[in-house]
Design a protein around this ligand. Structure first.
Ligand code: ATP
Ligand code: MG
Length: 480
């Protein structure tokens, strides 16, 4: 990776606004509903473990620390950073270093599942490299001296130098060089890890968007020929598109800078945002898209003024490089090609900023006061809020939670906010956290034909629904 020195959301939201409305208006008669009524009639008792754990999750027992940093009064300039602190997604430990709190951890785990699924679908294998990287390996490529201050360096008791891995081209190439020489028949090899990376950034900024330690997915590929490596490169770029597409993000794949990583071809995956530290040139007419720093963007800008070019700030969330033999040469990492000749591996490397994506999607999808997650990675899909003054409301909340939990895709996806606080207060907090659906259990829930208020927090719509309609809605929710 590069050590630089330098909404369409709703279309993929599992239940669109229209579907939400329709579900509220039409009687429940679909097949999905029939399946559900079955589970409704058999009240769930089988989610209790021998220890008596019911599978129900209560907000009163969860670590949340809302109210520490109020979004509006905070001096922080970046919306998503304020929201992340306010909603207890992260907590600052030191300048540029953040603790990921339980709600944030759930989001990250889901994002990682999507990344794993898409990379496994193109034959990538997951692994993990050491965090400490010996200086010896970094000296082989010259990067130990070239990178400068961004590298965190340390020395052990025997005076051996190490760095905290900011990226792992040296370490992975050394793995391939140390093993047997592979024939083209066994290629491409595609190995990736999702681990902490360390970079002593000149100006850490905006929380998870530019940290000094952060989670990154880094994939490295090894082919016998440049042609094969280009094919691999394209398949990874397509997987990246699928990952960002499943998050419902309106991203741009632009021609990227190669910086100090080198290589012949590079693309960045960018999300347009006012606070973005990159600038991209995108033309809707001809499809041209490039980082402003590339020669391509500068030439296009000068020569083609008739184009519908727009120039906007944006956040880089992913970067791919076709490296060629830049690293394999230094390590003498070789394979056998189709003519049985030995040649250096043709490599590619591909980074996705896991921490950065989590916050960048909130930056582009949310309003100032509440988080809107890509629904598929929201920490929990449902929050149920029972009226604090009536005990029966809590039992109803528990039974709706149990019903929703019978759907395997929603198992564990429901929290009950049982705190002894006003419904309006709890609703405000639930919206700030960004649970896609909030169900309030109030007086109407106690009548003969009980109804429950269901709030679609992303679209700011609220409707009264029967239990069956709630089950119908739940069948449409996509989870990972
Ligand atoms: P930038 O230009 O923003 O510094 P980079 O070109 O140095 O990024 P790469 O080395 O290609 O980034 O790293 C791969 C991905 O890791 C980036 O696309 C980005 O999403 C993420 N990333 C890089 N640096 C940071 C950081 N300091 N904090 C959080 N995420 C980062
Ligand atoms: Mg950088």
């Amino acid at each position: 990776m590069m050590l630089s020195g330098k909404t369409r959301q709703m279309s993929l939201v599992a239940c669109s606004s229209q579907t939400f409305l329709k579900l509220c208006q039409t009687p429940a008669v679909c097949l999905a509903q029939c399946n559900m009524s079955r589970s409704l009639n058999t009240r769930q008792t089988n989610n209790s473990s021998p220890e008596g754990y019911s599978g129900r999750k209560y907000v009163s027992k969860m670590y949340q620390n809302l109210g520490n940093v109020y979004p509006e009064s905070s001096k922080l300039v970046c919306k998503s950073h304020k929201l992340f602190l306010y909603a207890s997604i992260v907590q600052q430990c030191y300048f540029g270093g953040y603790n990921l709190l339980p709600l944030g951890q759930r989001v990250q785990d889901k994002l990682i599942k999507i990344i794993d699924q898409e990379l496994e679908s193109i034959g990538c294998q997951k692994m993990a490299m050491t965090t400490l990287a010996p200086a010896k390996l970094w000296k082989k490529t010259g990067r130990w001296d070239n990178i400068g201050h961004e590298l965190f360096r340390l020395t052990d008791r025997k005076k051996t130098d190490f760095c905290l891995g900011p990226t792992h081209e040296e370490v992975i190439t050394n793995i391939l060089a140390s093993g047997p020489m592979l024939s083209y028949k066994r290629l491409p090899i595609k190995m990736y890890q999702i681990t902490k990376k360390f970079r002593d950034e000149n100006s850490p900024k905006y929380g998870f968007l530019r940290g000094r330690e952060f989670d990154m997915k880094d994939l490295y590929t090894f082919d016998a020929t440049l042609e094969d490596a280009t094919e691999t490169y394209n398949s990874v770029c397509q997987a990246y598109s699928r990952i960002l597409g499943r998050l419902g993000l309106d991203y741009h794949q632009v021609i990227g800078t190669t910086g100090n990583i080198g290589g012949s071809l590079s693309h960045e995956f960018q999300l347009q945002a006012d606070i973005g530290e990159d600038t991209i040139h995108v033309c809707k007419k001809c499809g041209f898209a490039a980082n402003a720093e590339t020669e391509e963007a500068q030439n296009k800008h000068c020569t083609d003024k008739s184009c519908g070019l727009s120039i906007s700030p944006s956040i880089e969330v992913g970067h791919s490089f076709l490296l060629g033999t830049k690293y394999s040469k230094h390590f003498d990492a070789k394979c056998k090609d189709r003519q049985a000749k030995n040649g250096f591996y043709q490599m590619g490397c591909y980074g996705l900023g896991v921490s950065r994506i989590m916050q960048a999607c909130v930056e582009v999808l949310s309003s100032e006061k509440k988080i809107v997650w890509p629904q598929i990675i929201a920490p929990y899909q449902f929050c149920i809020i029972p009226l604090e003054s009536k005990k029966e409301c809590l039992s109803i909340a528990e039974s709706i939670s149990d019903d929703l939990n019978t759907n395997p895709r929603l198992s564990g996806e429901v929290v009950i906010d049982d705190r002894d606080k006003q419904v309006t207060f709890r609703l405000f907090e639930a919206k700030a956290i960004g649970y896609p659906y909030v169900i309030t259990i109030k007086d109407k829930a106690l009548q003969d034909q009980p109804e429950f208020e269901v709030i679609d927090t992303c679209n700011n719509e609220s409707r009264f629904m029967t239990r069956e309609q709630i089950q119908n809605l739940s069948m449409l929710i996509e989870t990972v």
